[in-house]
Unconditional design. Structure first.
Length: 164
C-alpha cells in the first residue's frame, strides 16, 4: 500500500491541532488516496494473521463466487480513518469509529486498486469541542463503506478543566 496523495484542510498540518471553532458542517477536513497491490494484501495478512486465500489467490476467490481477490475489510476500514487521524494529530481524540461494509475492494493482480477517502464534518458542537466526521470511501470509483463515521473531540474537551 502506498499513500498517493494527502490533502489536509483548513490549513491544518498533520501534527497541528484542529480548531473546532473554525469548522462548519459540510467542511472537508481531509482527503487521501491509497493504492493497494497484491503485495499490500500479503503484508496486511501477515500483520493481521488473516491468511484467507480470497485475499491473495484468484482461483480460490473465483471458486467461492467472488469476482476476484479482495482487500481485507479491516484494511479498508483502517485506510478510511487514516486521513482523520492525520488531521487530528492524536489518535486518542477519536471517541468512536464505525462503518458498514457495502462492497468489497477488488485488487487486480496487475493494476491493483485505488481507495479514495474524503472526510467531511457531518455534525458539530464547537462549544463542547466534539464533531462527527463522515467518511466517503471508494474503491475503484465505487462506494465501499456506508455510514462510515468517526466521533472526535478536541484536546480541550478531553481535559478535566474543560469538562468542569
Amino acid at each position: 500500500m502506498s499513500a498517493d496523495s494527502s490533502t489536509p484542510a483548513h490549513g491544518t498540518a498533520a501534527a497541528s491541532v484542529p480548531d473546532f471553532a473554525g469548522l462548519a458542517v459540510g467542511d472537508v477536513v481531509a482527503e487521501r488516496s491509497f493504492t493497494l497491490t497484491r503485495d499490500s494484501l500479503v503484508r496486511y495478512a501477515g500483520a493481521s494473521g488473516d491468511f484467507n486465500p480470497i485475499h491473495y489467490r484468484d482461483d480460490v476467490a473465483l471458486s467461492v463466487g467472488l469476482d476476484g481477490v479482495l482487500a481485507h475489510g479491516m484494511l479498508t476500514m483502517g485506510l478510511a480513518v487514516q486521513p482523520v487521524l492525520d488531521w487530528l494529530g492524536d489518535p486518542s481524540l477519536v471517541d468512536d469509529y464505525q462503518v458498514r461494509f457495502t462492497r468489497p475492494v477488488f485488487v487486480d493482480a496487475e493494476t491493483g486498486a485505488l481507495v479514495e477517502v474524503t472526510a467531511r464534518v457531518g455534525q458539530l458542537d464547537a462549544a463542547a469541542g466534539t464533531a462527527r466526521i463522515d467518511l466517503t470511501a471508494t474503491g475503484n470509483a465505487q462506494t465501499v463503506l456506508g455510514k462510515a463515521q468517526v466521533r472526535v473531540h478536541s484536546p480541550a474537551a478531553a481535559t478535566p478543566s474543560a469538562s468542569a
